[in-house]
Ligand binder design. Structure first.
Ligand code: NAD
Ligand code: LMR
Length: 327
């Protein structure tokens, strides 16, 4: 029997948390032979802590063989203690009509505090995945507070966008989802993101050869993927939750699986023209469990370059907007 992994989850009683915890405990994230201890962190609000007790009762009632313990706390020092993975979901979500930029400062403060505490108390091998929006910039903020943990341990989620793009391409081409490969997301988890369709393949053919409607690829495809989050908020009255939790399972599972190729947002070192020190979505290959290398060298045509420049500009603006918070 392997030693249990300690998995800290913020916002554990929220919508994504509710769709996520049962999958972690069932083995979907770390595999069927990896026990876990869930360290559930909520805001210090009576209602949230009460809801968390209910979630923990349900986890108990599932009798998951891999679940070796549950910690419930509103103290991040307790919740992140010795954590091997820190899944940062807790944040104020965007409501109807709100722009992500409105959330930057409110949520930025949360990630300053959590970045410091994780750096102080999490395990030496700690990995951090940020979901709470604006995810890329929140991730940059948390990483900026770390002195012990290297910045490549901090990743933000763009996997939901990759999954959305894969489905849209499959629907348009009229093929099974599994026929679509190598669709990667570049840049910000926001409408400016770029799903790089030219490098995707569909049944082994380049996507632009399988879908010859280039106006659709450059227009409605990019827009549908980029604005899917807003479309779900408009329809549900709340932001995506089950699909976001599912994407986080994919994000972490693929980061733990050597050889997996997938999109995550990582600290830029200038690849694909992103400014150094913004966290931008890009394709990576997992090397050893939890570690990755950026896949460079995909050629970008003029259209792709203009999309990359636009999403980079937004990331740079977000960074400037929170510069005073970071100090
Ligand atoms: P939710 O409001 O249902 O839950 C958020 C939870 O976080 C609440 O229970 C709240 O009490 C808790 N919380 C707030 N501040 C906290 C703190 N400082 N420490 C610990 N817990 C705290 O929201 P949700 O639907 O679960 O969404 C969570 C976040 O995920 C939002 O920011 C949302 O925009 C984002 N999101 C990101 C993606 C993505 O693809 N990156 C997709 C969907 C949603
Ligand atoms: C999503 O992509 O579904 C969310 O990030 C939308 C949002 O702003 O909460």
């Amino acid at each position: 029997m392997k030693a249990p992994l300690r998995v800290a989850v913020t916002g554990a009683a929220g919508q994504i948390g509710y769709a996520l915890l049962f999958r972690i405990a069932s083995g979907a994230m770390f595999g069927p032979d990896q026990p876990v201890i869930l360290q559930l962190i909520e805001a210090p609000i009576e209602k949230a802590m009460k809801a968390l007790e209910g979630v923990a009762m349900e986890l108990d009632d599932c009798a998951f063989p891999l679940l070796k313990g549950i910690v419930m706390t509103d103290d991040a020092h307790v919740g992140f203690k010795d954590a091997n993975w820190c899944l940062l979901i807790g944040a104020k979500p965007r409501g109807p009509g709100m722009e992500r930029a409105d959330l930057l400062k409110d949520n930025g403060r949360i990630f300053i505090g959590q970045g410091k505490i994780i750096d102080a108390v999490a395990a030496d091998d700690a990995r951090i995945a940020v979901v709470g929006n604006p995810a890329n910039t929140n991730c940059m903020i948390a990483a900026s507070q770390a002195k012990r943990l290297p910045s490549d341990r901090f990743t933000a989620m763009v996997r939901l966008d990759q999954n959305r793009a894969q489905t849209q391409l499959a629907k348009k081409a009229g093929v099974d989802l599994t026929a679509v490969k190598d669709i990667f997301i570049y840049g910000n988890h926001s409408p400016s993101m770029f799903p790089a369709f030219a490098h995707a393949t569909i049944d082994g053919k380049a996507a632009p050869d399988a879908i010859t409607d280039s106006a659709w690829l450059q227009g409605p495809f990019c827009e549908t993927v980029g604005k899917r989050g807003a479309a779900i908020i408009a329809a549900r009255g709340a932001s995506s939750a089950a699909s976001a939790a599912n994407a986080l399972v994919d994000h972490v599972r693929d980061l733990m699986t050597p050889g997996a190729i997938h999109s995550i947002a990582v600290k830029s070192n200038g690849a694909y023209g992103f400014d150094a020190n913004v966290w931008a979505g890009m394709p990576v290959r997992t090397t050893t469990p939890g570690a990755y290398e950026v896949i460079t060298g995909y050629a970008m045509d003029a259209f792709a370059q203009s999309k990359l420049a636009a999403t980079n500009k937004e990331l740079v603006e977000e960074r400037a907007f929170v510069a005073e918070l970071i100090g």
